[in-house]
Design a protein around this ligand. Structure first.
Ligand SMILES: NC(=O)c1ccc[n+]([C@@H]2O[C@H](COP(=O)([O-])OP(=O)(O)OC[C@H]3O[C@@H](n4cnc5c(N)ncnc54)[C@H](OP(=O)(O)O)[C@@H]3O)[C@@H](O)[C@H]2O)c1
Length: 279
C-alpha cells in the first residue's frame, strides 16, 4: 500500500491531496492539473513562462513555480514550495518534456541530445529524489511519468525523443521496484494528442490521421489526463510499474484498415530545420 492515507470515496482519495504537475500551463499537463483540482487536490504547477504559471495557478486555486525542469534548483524549489503551502506531497506528475532535437541521429548535436535527456529523464528522477527525501520516503505517495506510445518503436526524425522516452519508461519501472511499497510509480503513454507540441503532425490532414486509428480520432489532452488521475489515485492502489497506453488503438492498427502509418508520413515529411518535434 502506498500511504498513510486511505480511500476517501467517489473522488478516489484525491481530495485534500497535494500534487505537483510539471509543464502544466497547456496541453496534457494543464488537463491533468485541472482534473486533479476538480477532484479536490491542491496543485502546484510549473512551466518556464512565468505569466502562464501565474495564470494557471490562479485559475486552479493552486500555487506555481516558473522555471525549467532542467534546472535542479528549480526542482528543489518546487518541492519546498509545495510543502510550505500544502504541508504534504502526495502526487508527482512528470509531464514537461522536449521533443527536440529533431532529425536523423547522425546529424544530431550531442549537446542537444544531452538536453533531451536532462529534461525528459534526469529531471523526473531529480524531482522524485527531492520529494522522496523531503516527504515521500516517510509518508508515501504516487508518481506518474508521461512517456509516449512512440517509445515502443522507431520513427523518422524522432530518435532523440524516442530514446529518451524509452529511458523514462525504464526509469519508471526501476523506481517502481525501488520505492515500493510506500510510493507507486507508473507511466502513461499517449498516442497523438491535440497539443502545441504535436501541432505540426495533426494540424493538416487530421481526417486522414483519424481514419487510420482504430478509435477513429486523435487524442484530446483530457483523454490522457483521466488515465493519469486514475494511476495517481487510490483506485490504482495495487498498480505500480505499469505503463498505461492511451493511444486510440495506435498500436493495434495493423489488424484493421490497410495503409501507411500517417503519423510517420508526417514525421518524415517534416524537415529537421522546421522541427518542433513529435508527440
Ligand atoms: N501531444 C502529443 O501528441 C504527445 C504524445 C505522446 C506524449 N506526449 C507527452 O506529453 C507531455 C506533454 O506534452 P504536450 O503535448 O501537452 O506539450 P505542450 O502542449 O507543448 O505543453 C508542454 C508544457 O510543458 C512546459 N514545458 C516545456 N518544456 C519545459 C521545461 N523544460 N521545463 C518546464 N516546463 C516545460 C510548457 O510550458 P513552457 O513552454 O512555458 O515551459 C507547457 O506547459 C510530454 O511529456 C510529451 O512528451 C505528447
Amino acid at each position: 500500500m502506498t500511504s498513510s492515507y486511505g480511500p476517501q470515496g467517489g473522488d478516489a482519495g484525491l481530495r485534500g491531496r497535494a500534487a505537483i504537475v510539471t509543464g502544466a500551463t497547456r496541453g496534457i499537463g494543464h488537463a491533468v492539473a485541472r482534473q486533479l483540482a476538480a477532484a479536490g487536490a491542491r496543485v502546484c504547477v510549473t512551466a518556464r513562462d512565468a505569466d502562464e504559471v501565474r495564470h494557471t495557478a490562479a485559475e486552479l486555486g493552486g500555487v506555481g513555480a516558473a522555471g525549467s525542469v532542467a534546472d535542479p534548483e528549480h526542482l528543489a524549489s518546487v518541492v519546498e514550495l509545495t510543502l510550505r503551502e500544502f504541508g504534504r506531497i502526495d502526487v508527482i506528475v512528470n509531464n514537461a518534456a522536449t521533443n527536440l532535437p529533431y532529425g536523423p541521429l547522425m546529424d544530431v548535436d550531442p549537446m542537444a541530445w544531452r538536453e533531451a535527456f536532462t529534461v525528459n529523464v534526469e529531471a523526473p528522477l531529480r524531482l522524485v529524489q527531492c520529494a522522496w527525501r523531503a516527504w515521500l520516503r516517510e509518508h508515501g505517495g504516487s508518481v506518474v511519468n508521461v512517456c509516449t506510445e512512440g517509445a515502443a518503436h522507431v520513427g523518422p526524425n524522432v530518435g532523440a525523443y524516442g530514446t529518451s522516452k524509452a529511458a523514462l519508461l525504464h526509469l519508471t519501472r526501476q523506481l517502481a521496484g525501488e520505492l515500493a511499497p510506500r510510493v507507486r510509480v507508473n507511466s502513461v503513454s499517449p498516442g497523438l494528442v491535440r497539443t502545441e507540441m504535436a501541432r505540426f503532425v495533426w494540424e493538416r490532414g487530421e481526417e486522414e490521421l483519424a481514419a487510420g486509428l482504430p478509435l477513429g480520432r486523435i487524442g484530446e489532452p483530457e483523454d490522457v489526463a483521466r488515465a493519469v488521475l486514475w494511476l495517481a489515485s487510490d483506485a490504482a492502489e495495487w498498480v505500480t510499474g505499469a505503463d498505461l497506453l492511451v493511444d486510440g488503438g495506435t498500436r493495434v492498427r495493423a489488424a484493421g484498415a490497410p495503409g501507411a502509418y500517417a503519423v510517420h508520413e508526417r514525421l518524415r515529411a517534416h524537415g529537421p530545420a522546421r522541427g518542433r518535434g513529435a508527440g
